[in-house]
Structure formats: C-alpha cells, structure tokens
Design a binder for this molecule. Sequence first.
Ligand SMILES: Nc1ncnc2c1ncn2[C@@H]1O[C@H](COP(=O)(O)OP(=O)(O)OP(=O)(O)O)[C@@H](O)[C@H]1O
Length: 571
Amino acid sequence: MFKEFLKKRWHFYIFGIISLIIIDLLQLFVPKFVAKAVNALQTIKDINEVKTFVLSILALAFGMLIGRFWWRYFIMGSSRYFDYYAKKNLFDKILGLDMFFFDKHRSGDIMAYFTNDIATVERMLGIGVVQLTDAVFMSSMTVFFMATSTNWKLTLIALSPLPGIILISALFGKLIFKRSRRVQDVYSELSGYTEETMDGVRIIKSFSIIPKIEELFEERARKHFDATISLIRVWGVMWPLVHFVGTLAFFLALTVGGPMVVKGTVTLGDYLAFNSYIGMLIWPLTAYGMVMNVIQQGRASLQRLRELQSVQPFVVEPENPVKLEHIEVIETKKLSFKYPETDRFVLKNVDFSVKKGQFVGIVGTVGSGKSTLVKIISKLYPVENGQVFINGIDINHLHSRDIRKLISYVPQETFLFSNSVKENVAFAMEEYDFDKVKEMVKLSAVEEDVEKFPKKYDTIVGQRGVMLSGGQKQRLTIARALMRDADVYIFDDCLSAVDPETEQEIIETLRTKMKGSTMIIITHRLKILQSADIIYVLDQGQVVEKGTHYELLRNEGLYARMYKKQLVLGE
Ligand SMILES: Nc1ncnc2c1ncn2[C@@H]1O[C@H](COP(=O)(O)OP(=O)(O)OP(=O)(O)O)[C@@H](O)[C@H]1O
C-alpha cells in the first residue's frame, strides 16, 4: 500500500520539495539584503540604493508567499491523500479477510489502525517531510551562505557543536521507534476494550458490574498513559539536548565573532547577517529532533499497517474458479476440522450430504460442531482435512463469492444496522422491490409486529436493533436472508428467541412457499424436524446418527433421548 502510494505521488513530493527549497533559498537572501542595506546606510550617498534593497526584500516576500501555497498543496495535499488512500485500501483488505481474522480481532483494535496509525503515518508524510526538507536543506544552505558571504573561520567555529545533533538523533531514534510502537499497541488494546464495553453496555448494567469494568478500563488507560509518558521521557531528554547544542553555536558566534568585529576582521553588517544565519540554523537543526520523532512514530505505525496488510486469509480462493450456477448437491467426506491456531478437532470424519429441495436438520449436543459444519460448507472456513464437494466439485476449486451468492446463511447471532426496517431487510440487495420486502417479512411471521411500529417499515431500529425484541430481530434477520433468491437457505438456530409454535409455523410456511429450495436447519427444538427429509445428529464433532425423525426415534439413541427430554420439559 505504501509503495503504491509513493508510486502515485512521488512527483507531488518532488514538486513540493522544490517549492520548499525555493522558499528556503529566498528566505536566505533576506539577511543578505538586510546586511547590504545596513552597510549602505553607513556610507550613504544615494537613498535610491537602499530603496532597491527594500524592494528586493518585498519581492522575496512575494515569492515566498507563492511558494508556500505550492508546498502546502503538493506535500500536505499528498499526506491527506494518503489518509484517504490508506483507509480505502485497509477497508477493502479487512473486508477481504476471512472469519478467522474477525474471530481474533475486536472491532476496536481494527478501528485503531484507521484512526491512530493512519494519522501518524499521515503526519510523517506531511509535516515530517516538510521538517526533514527544511532541516536538511536549510541547514546546509545556511552553512554555505554563512561561509561564503561572511567569514568561513567564524562559521567553522560556530558550527563545530552541530554534528552533535545528528549523533543525538541517531542515538534516540531507535528508542523513540520502540516506544512509539508500544504506544500504538496499547492504544489499540484500549480502543478494543472501550469498543467492546460500549457494545456490551446493556449486559454490564444488567449485571451491576460497573466498578469492575471501570477498574479494567483504568488498567488499560493507565498502560496507555505509562507508555506515552515513557515516550515523552525520551523526548524530554532528547529535546533539551538538541536545543543545548543549537544554543552552543550562538554562544560561540558571540564570543568569537564579537572580538572579530572590534578588530575589524568582520564588518558589523556581516556580523549581523551571520547572527541571523545562526538564528535561521537553530530551527532546522532542532527540527531534526522533531523530524526524528515524527518519522519514528510514523515508522512504528507503518510497521503495524504493514503487518495488517500482510495478513493472508486462511480460506484461499482458486486462481481459476469453476463457475457455479446452481447448487444441486452438497457433500462432505471424512471432514475433520480444527480452528486455526487451536489443537482440538471440533469436527471428526463427518460425512454429510444434502440434495436440492431437501429439508435437512442438524441437531446435537451443545458445542458439537453444528455451526462449524455449515460455516465450512459456506466456505467461511478452510477445508484442510477431508473434502467438501458442491455438485461434485471440490469446494477448493470454487470461489466463496459464487458459493455465498447461492447459499443464504442466517447465523445464530442477529445483527441489524441502525437503519430502517426495510433497509435492513433489503440489506443484501442492490435494488429491491418494496412488495418483496413485505412478502418476506410476512413469510418470517413478523409482519404484524412491523405494522405496529411507529413508522412501520421506515422505523429506525437503533444500533444493532436495540429497539426491537430478540424474536423480532431474529425474524427480520430471516426476512433479510429470504430476500436473496438463493438455492440453499441455512438457518443456524436463529429462531431460539421465538416461541416453539411460531418457529414451527415459520418453518412450515417456508417449506410450502419456497418449494424447490434446499433448507438446512440447525435447531435445539427437535419437534420442528418431524417433516425433515434427513436429520444429522452430532456429538463431540462426530455424526452419531442420521435418519428421519421417526427412524431416529426408533433407534433409541441420542436423538430419541433428547426428544423425550424435551417432551417431558414441554418444549
Ligand atoms: N472461532 C472459533 N475459534 C475457536 N474455537 C471455536 C470457534 N468457534 C467455535 N469454536 C469451538 O468449536 C466447537 C464447536 O462449535 P460450534 O459453534 O460449531 O458448536 P455448535 O454445535 O453449533 O454449538 P451450539 O449448539 O452451542 O450452538 C466448540 O467447542 C467451540 O468452542
């Protein structure tokens, strides 16, 4: 990303740096003209001579005005462009990553890349470049002007302490880099925690655990504060050192240059100019210190951004994917699976098959791998042991984009955007027909509820749908999945918040209205699977039984036990 940005913008930087150098040059001529004006005043014969110098100074000021516009345009404009370019790239990159990345990173952590890290690199590419140009160019040019137009001996003496600044910058640079990296990392942790807390604020309040949460926040905020202070401490030492070395140059100029003026080796005008040059030199040299800081912080953030850029998805897409128009059959053969970076197999030798138009149930004990199985056949996780086939084609030869167009998956967790009911239902559609929204809302048995909302389909549901009940959210999520004309619909225990009768009613309506579509239902309520073509029973990652509801009851295995228990509990 950074290289591509430089490729696009390097010429802007060249123009910006040239404008900056021109201003610096013009600025350098000012003392020269002032010196000439002062010298001329001492031996004044013609007032017009002074006028020429004054007009020249005005011309220089005008030149600087124009130059300042251009460097801002080229350099600061480019750094702003980086902000836009990096955010866009990062956003695309992150959305292209697979579930594993999102399992591992909190949204607050990710936000830190977008806010803090990009801003720090932007600062390096904007003000950092300006300061660096100033520091390098102004210091070398000032030295050149000092030596050529005043007195080179005085120049050498006055400048003798200055290489010390470069030494200090080099010595402290590494430390600043390391500590800046730590600041960014702990900021990301703090941001992740804050976001998670805000997200779960209702649960926190319901559990009355605010003091504990505050304590945990304080711990992270303190860590961030400590990391920042440890970085400031480095500046705290480096900054006065740089200043001290800069001021030494002034001191030497005064102590050595004063007697030279008295002796007449240097004219008063030249001596004044020399002092102006020293003044002009202090800024770029101390800028080395600042620049070092900005650059090291920028590098630390750039390193973090590069690490993120280099994250590769575990789900690899084929270079030449086989086209997939429809889904007729999905099969898994001896499928075993463990989540990346874990040791435990959560699926073991699973043979599973579903054909077009079938109604398939997946049931089992808690944590037996039901959701994992459907996530793998939706290509949300990679297949590493065993095989998954869609229409007889190995899933590794198919693109996940094509699969997910044909599989509409409703996960266990509902998620609604803080938008209107209709926008939420039509979320996955580029264009939509309002009548279809209404039809799908009706099929999902939530029409009556929506009609009672203050603005019906235009009602804003609040962040994550907080203004709705759990059951309403679940049914709207189903309506959203139904909006897509998919071949396979997977409902992953997504009706747990509605009563059993409504769940059964929804499933039956869907079965009749969506004949021809394949339906895979994961549920804990076994009663609704009575009409399923086949039910897979999972226990600890293995298929322990399969068959129709009645076959499984006759088997008197795990399914029959679970069913009897539910009958007793009256579910
Ligand atoms: N992202 C993940 N990373 C690591 N382990 C995971 C992840 N998601 C699930 N697991 C583990 O995999 C196992 C199977 O989880 P899965 O969600 O597939 O079970 P399930 O049968 O759908 O459970 P439930 O009935 O409770 O919804 C569980 O032991 C769970 O802890």
